[in-house]
Structures are given as C-alpha cells and as structure tokens.
Design a protein. Sequence first.
Length: 183
Amino acid sequence: MTQLITHLGGRVIGTTSTTEKAELAKRAGAAEVILSSAVDDLAAEVRWFNGGQGLPVVFDSVGAHTFDASLASLRTRGHLVLFGAASGAVPPFDPIRLAHGGSLTLIRPSLGDFIADRSELLRRAADVFEWVRSKALEVTVTGRYALSEAAQAHRDLEARRTTGKLLVVPDAAAVGRHEEMLG
C-alpha cells in the first residue's frame, strides 16, 4: 500500500512495531515511520510529523490496538479505512465519536464488494499486474510454506514473525500424485 500511495503522489507516515519493519516501510517509500512501542501518544506523534495537522486518510490494518489513535490522527472530515484486524476486532463504539472528531468517516471495506463482477476483477487485476510490470509495485515474497505447513504459516502471521508476502504451495508429493492422476 505504501508503494502505491507514493506512486500516486501521496506522502506516507507509517507505524510499525519493530525497527526491521520500519526499515522495510522506509524502503517502500514511507516518508516517516513511527515505532509504536517507542511513543506514548501515537496520534500526537503522527500530527507532529504532519506539521501539527491531522491526516486526510488513515489506513489501519491493525484494528483493536490502533483504532483510537487512528481516529485521533485524522483532520476534520478525515477518512479512516479499517481494512484489517491484526490485533483483533475493534470493539463496538458510539458513532457520535465520528462527529466529535470532526465529521469523520469510517469504512470497513471487503474485497468482494470491489470486484462485483468478472469485468471489474479483470480490470483491477490488470492494474495490479501493470504496477508490478512497471516496477511501481515491488512484490517481495519472504516465506514459502508447503500446503501441509499452512497452519504454521498462520501461526507465524499471528505471532507477527513475518514481513512481505507468504506463499503456501502444494507439497511436492501431492503435486506428483496429482500429475499421475492426470496421466
């Protein structure tokens, strides 16, 4: 996401939990990266990096642990895009907080709603492949798991031991059996 936002002319202030991940965010194009564990008030730190102002948009993939800071990081009429729940689901909250925060909006998008039919899927996939082809988007695969190790891949994701993309691939033996069946 950082790569695409910067490719489209945006400025990214990222947050992460480790210095290793901060370095990855910088390489992806983040102008600033905040170590969330090193600050007491994440929203204040975000505003400091943005000249004391709130942000027009915050993309939050973490969920429960960052939701309040994400809302507090927005400017008046800012938009919060909550697209993940790495730390768990956001608990129910009073929507009046959006008004008190400055007429904020919140969206919880789902991929299926953005690929309503095959033509939209093909158009969006073509965009992604063009970004990869043009090097606007660099896909980094940092882990490969055999299908029989899929549970371990999930444990590694949940424990936040991964960065980049993970691939779960068919076991070599399973591929061989499948090829034999196809003759």
